[in-house]
Design a protein. Structure first.
Length: 299
């Protein structure tokens, strides 16, 4: 049987893409064989664990995604072209126009889909790096009897989320949300590297918003309820929003919200300067629950 060249090329594209996907799947399975440590070993979550997992997933699957983004427009165009050449002559011009339109549309949406995934991966890595910055600034707390946990997993109403950092020490329990935002153009009269917190909203060089404030407060409320249910204690959990790379100037008003805002470099000093609120036993009990929750990282 003599197949047209178009069918051969189409079959080759499909076969090539399938082989690449199979090779990636085989490689992923091979990684889990004959490990030098126990297969049930679980580590504590590291700073930015969720963000890093997403970035690694994109890196592992990015090549397959790129192949798919290239194959789908070509395959759809070839299929429609094969149909077009078998149409009556008076319909072939219309078929060619449809084929061209379909190819352009699938090419555009495939490229847009891959571009968005690449951009999201870039944003996720920026977030991961910001969480690493905050984690390093929290390290000095450990020398003063504090326990520091990162990427604490949580679930509420069926939705999964994570608390970027959670620190427990003599001065209390603090949920720290990290938001790493790129710097842009500043309005007249505003410094490009300074964000103001007026007690209610964040005043950025380009405008105002509450990005991160409500999230930190909701996470603090969730952890307050969770720890009460698990150890039977009503503890005050303070939400904090950390903004790596930004100078934070505070202009609190009488109508200030409960969330604090800080540059990561100031966090350790601020927390260490707080009044004693928890006993060593309370710190130990809360930390034990957090360690059990955060020790879930497998190979």
């Amino acid at each position: 049987m003599n197949w047209p060249n178009e069918i051969f090329y189409l079959g080759y594209l499909v076969l090539f893409g399938g082989c690449i996907a199979a090779m990636f799947g085989w490689h992923r399975q091979q990684r889990k064989q004959r490990l030098p440590f126990a297969t049930d070993l679980k580590l504590l979550r590291a700073p930015g664990e969720t963000q890093l997992r997403w970035v690694r997933q994109f890196e592992e699957e990015g090549f397959i995604g790129m192949i798919a983004a290239a194959v789908v427009p070509a395959a759809s165009g070839m299929v429609l072209l094969l149909i077009t050449v078998r149409l009556p002559r008076e319909l072939q011009l219309g078929g060619a126009a449809i084929t061209l339109a379909a190819f352009v549309a699938t090419f555009y949406y495939s490229a847009r889909w891959f571009s968005r995934r690449a951009q999201e991966s870039s944003n996720r890595y920026l977030g991961y790096f910001g969480e690493r910055i905050v984690a390093e600034q929290l390290e000095p707390l450990k020398a003063h009897g504090w326990r520091v946990f990162h990427d604490v997993p949580g679930t509420a109403m069926g939705d999964r989320f994570n608390l970027d950092h959670l620190v427990v020490g003599p001065a209390g329990v603090f949920v720290i949300e990290t938001k790493t935002r790129r710097k842009g153009s500043a309005r007249p009269g505003f410094d490009a590297g300074t964000v103001y917190f007026d007690g209610r909203s964040l005043v950025w060089p380009w405008g105002e918003d509450n990005h991160g404030l409500e999230q930190a407060e909701h996470h603090a409320l969730w952890f307050t309820a969770m720890i009460k249910a698990e150890i039977g204690e009503q503890l005050t959990v303070t939400p904090v929003l950390a903004l790596p790379g930004w100078t934070v100037e505070l202009k609190p008003s009488q109508d200030s919200r409960c969330c604090r805002v800080a540059n990561p470099q100031d966090l350790a000093q601020q927390l260490l300067g707080g009044a004693v609120a928890l006993t060593e036993q309370q710190v130990s009990r809360v930390s034990a629950k957090l360690e059990a929750r955060c020790r879930d990282v497998e190979y």
